[in-house]
Design a protein around this ligand. Structure first.
Ligand SMILES: Cc1ncc(COP(=O)(O)O)c(C=O)c1O
Length: 480
């Protein structure tokens, strides 16, 4: 083998092997447990192996990688994996990712990917249409793709800062501060907001976490009282964040009421719809999202319920030009070249081209096909909730608004505290390898949280979850 051949690979052989692994993971997902953990991997992550000095064949490396992945594998393809909001990606989106990465196009700059830029801009427009969020489409796109929801939220906060507090912030930063700026979010809002405020130099104490009602929605009265208090102290309320789909239970704040409050106090209104936004325009759920169109900006995470691989978030805005004003670097003048350099609309320069997978998925399914997948996931969650209500020993937290259903064992003849029973059952079920609900601590009570992340999950799968809860409870009772 000559030197340059060593760096070549045969896509048709090594690539074929990868495709076979994916095909197996998709057609026979139950061959692996829902979660495989391994203490050796934990040790290795803390004590990495030495850097290899000599190379070896791609086929050999591939074997090792596959072996290692499946020894510590979170099986999102399994229809009974209910963890977090981690989807089984649509095969078409994986194919799109492979093509985009393989040809190494970037939508960051026109000259590094003209087609990538055009597809990125088109996908942003489709996403806005899909959720029913209208933007002023001027010379620039209606937002920017990010690496995830947290980066989209951070980008929104910078945008809010620049627009509401004044563009001098871009030059002076915290040295130009006149009044302490304040941001409002519910206690159920996402932790990425606090981190972003810290990251942007505002500090976490600028964040007011407002209590929620019994369904997990921000308490409007408490919010108004807090705003008044802050104004009295001479602070400057500048951004109000509504959560449309809390990570815990899928609760959606009253967005139209929040929009009115934001207008009354001259605040930027951002909606963190990372989890739930794609349900905003679905006939079954649109009633919860009234007012989303009034937001100045919206975070959406296509790598959740749009079933594309991780690493894809999005910030949609009413005015894309405001993003340009916030992120444009003075030394580049894309307007004069009449070419769209998307690095002028966000923090990253070069970045992975994720939107091809989503663009292909939109083309393949159409918005109707996508809506059908969302509706199925919702119906499975509602079916589970109905089943829970039929059992005396189970308690439903609340009727699902999104495809998340939380329930707990509410009575058990033994002496153990109920929270411990629920934790024990969740662990026992996960150890069977066939179901993976997570735990939720809600007002001191422990629940099993079931998120329907997989477009293949059906009624039988969640019926089987209830049966497994029962059989584990029975075993626990016998052992007691
Ligand atoms: C409501 C909400 N906002 C923001 C995020 C952060 O998104 P990411 O993990 O993609 O950065 C999440 C993640 O679950 C979320 O549920």
């Amino acid at each position: 083998m000559n030197k340059s051949e060593k760096f070549e690979t045969n896509f048709l052989v090594d690539g074929q092997k990868v495709l076979e692994v994916l095909q197996q993971a998709y057609t026979n997902p139950e061959q692996y447990k829902v979660l495989t953990t391994n203490t050796q991997l934990n040790h290795r992550s803390l004590h990495p192996e030495n850097l290899p000095q000599q190379g070896c064949e791609v086929s050999q490396v591939l074997e090792e990688a596959i072996q290692m992945i499946f020894s510590g594998y979170c099986n999102v393809s399994h229809p009974q994996y209910y963890g977090y909001i981690s989807p089984k990606p649509l095969p078409v989106s994986i194919i799109g990712d492979l093509l985009a990465s393989g040809l190494n196009q970037t939508p960051g700059a026109w000259r590094a990917g003209p087609a990538a830029t055009a597809i990125e801009a088109e996908t942003l427009s489709w996403l806005g249409q899909f959720i029913g969020y209208e933007s002023n489409l001027e010379k620039v796109p209606n937002g920017i793709f990010t690496s995830g929801g947290a980066m989209a939220n951070a980008t929104a906060l910078k945008l809010a800062r620049d627009v509401v507090l004044g563009r001098e912030w871009q030059a002076e930063g915290i040295f130009g501060i006149k009044h302490k700026p304040i941001v409002y979010l519910s206690v159920e809002g996402h932790f990425s907001i606090g981190k972003a405020l810290d990251f942007l130099g505002f500090g976490r104490n600028c964040l007011r976490l407002i209590p929620v009602d019994e369904t997990g929605r921000i308490a409007l009265e408490a919010l108004q009282v807090q705003i008044q208090k802050d104004i009295k102290h001479g602070y400057k309320p500048f951004c109000l964040i509504g959560t449309a789909g809390t990570s815990a239970t899928g609760a959606v704040d009253s967005l139209d009421a929040l929009a009115r409050i934001a207008t009354d106090y001259d605040m930027w209104f951002h909606v963190d719809a990372a989890a739930g936004g794609v349900f905003a325009n679905l006939p079954e759920t649109s009633k919860y999202f009234q007012g989303i169109n009034l937001a100045n900006s919206v975070t959406i995470d296509p790598c959740k319920w749009l079933f594309v691989p991780f690493g894809m978030g999005c910030l949609l805005t009413k005015q894309g030009s405001e993003l340009v004003q916030s992120f444009q670097d003075g030394s580049h003048y894309w307007q004069e070249l009449a070419e769209l350099d998307l690095f002028q609309m966000g923090l990253p320069g070069t970045r992975q081209w994720r939107s091809l997978g989503l663009w292909m998925a939109f083309k393949h399914l159409g918005s109707d096909g996508y809506r059908q997948l969302l509706k199925n996931a919702l119906q499975v969650a509602l079916h589970l909730a109905e089943s829970v209500l039929r059992f005396d020993c189970l308690e439903l937290l609340q009727a699902p608004t999104l495809p998340v259903c939380c329930f707990r064992i509410k009575n058990y003849p033994g002496n153990l505290p109920l929270n411990e029973i629920n934790k024990f059952i969740q662990k026992a079920i996960t150890e069977t390898g066939s179901h993976y609900p997570t735990l939720l601590d809600w007002r001191g009570k422990t629940y099993l949280r079931v998120s329907i992340n997989n477009f293949s999950t059906n009624f039988d799968h969640v019926d089987s979850l209830i049966e497994t809860v029962y059989s584990e409870l029975f075993r626990l009772g016998k052992a007691a």
